[in-house]
Write a protein that binds this ligand. Structure first.
Ligand SMILES: [Zn+2]
Length: 237
C-alpha cells in the first residue's frame, strides 16, 4: 500500500517536474510568454481602439496609414495578452466601424456614447483607450499617457503606464520620456472606473511611424501596455 502510494507520488512528481521543465523551456525560447494563466482571475479590462469607420483619426505623414487601423491592431494584440493572462477582455469595437446610439444623430457623439455605455456595463477594473498621436512639429515622438484629473485611479494607472512605456518603449532608440498628463476627454470621464488614453506614438514623426506600422513593434507595444495594466491591477489589489 505504502509502496503504491509512494510510487504514484513519484510518478506525479516526475510529471510535474517534466511539465515545469517544458514551461521553463518555453519561457526561455518564446518571446512575451505569459507565465501564469491565473493572474487575471477573470478581472475585467476594457480595451478601446480609438476611432473607426468614417472616423479614421490621424493619418501617417509618410505612409498614409489610418490611425483607426493601427489602434485596432494594437488593441487586439493587447486583448490577446490580457486573455492569455486570465483577464476578461471587453472591446468597445472589434471591426472598422462606428457605433450608433439611440436619439443621437451626430455620428462621433453617438459613437462616443456607445463606447461609454459599453464601459459602464462592463464595470472594468481598468479601461485603456489606444490612440496614435500627431503633431505639427515632426520631431516630436514617443508614447504619452492621459488621465482625467478627477479620476484618482486613472491618475495612478496613468503614472504606472507612463513609467512602463518610458522604460520599454520611449527610452529605446533615444526617444524622449514623458510624464502622464491630465486631459478632458469623454472616455476618461464617462465612467467611475480607472481610465487612461495611451497615445502610442506620433504618426507625424518618421521614426515612430516606421515603427508603428510594423507587426513586431505593435506586438511589443501591446505587451508593454499589458505589463502596465498588470502592474496597476496588482498594486490596486
Ligand atoms: Zn486618436
Amino acid at each position: 500500500m505504502h509502496n503504491t502510494v509512494s510510487k504514484k507520488a513519484w510518478i506525479f512528481k516526475a510529471a510535474a517536474m517534466a511539465l515545469s521543465a517544458v514551461f521553463v523551456a518555453l519561457a526561455l525560447t518564446t518571446p512575451f510568454i505569459i507565465v501564469s494563466v491565473s493572474d487575471g482571475a477573470r478581472t475585467v479590462v476594457v480595451v478601446d481602439a480609438g476611432h473607426g469607420g468614417a472616423d479614421g483619426g490621424v493619418i501617417g505623414r509618410r505612409t498614409g496609414v489610418k490611425e483607426s487601423e493601427l489602434n485596432l491592431k494594437v488593441a487586439k494584440l493587447l486583448g490577446e495578452y490580457l486573455a492569455s493572462g486570465g483577464y476578461k477582455v471587453v472591446y468597445t469595437r472589434r471591426n472598422d466601424t462606428m457605433h450608433t446610439f439611440p436619439g443621437v444623430s451626430n455620428r462621433k457623439r453617438a459613437d462616443m456614447f456607445k463606447r461609454g455605455e459599453i464601459i459602464n456595463n462592463a464595470k472594468p477594473a481598468a479601461m485603456v483607450s489606444v490612440h496614435m498621436n500627431y503633431y505639427s512639429a515632426s520631431s516630436r515622438r514617443g508614447a504619452q499617457v492621459f488621465f482625467d484629473r478627477t479620476d484618482d485611479g486613472g491618475r495612478a494607472f496613468a503614472n504606472i503606464m507612463q513609467d512602463t512605456l518610458n522604460r520599454d518603449v520611449n527610452s529605446v532608440g533615444g526617444g524622449r520620456e514623458y510624464s502622464a498628463l491630465s486631459a478632458e476627454k469623454y472616455l476618461l470621464s464617462c465612467s467611475p472606473y480607472p481610465s487612461i488614453i495611451v497615445e502610442c506614438g506620433f504618426l507625424s514623426n518618421p521614426f515612430d511611424e516606421e515603427n508603428l506600422v510594423r507587426a513586431d513593434y505593435q506586438a511589443n507595444l501591446a505587451y508593454t501596455l499589458y505589463l502596465g495594466i498588470v502592474e496597476f491591477l496588482n498594486t490596486e489589489s
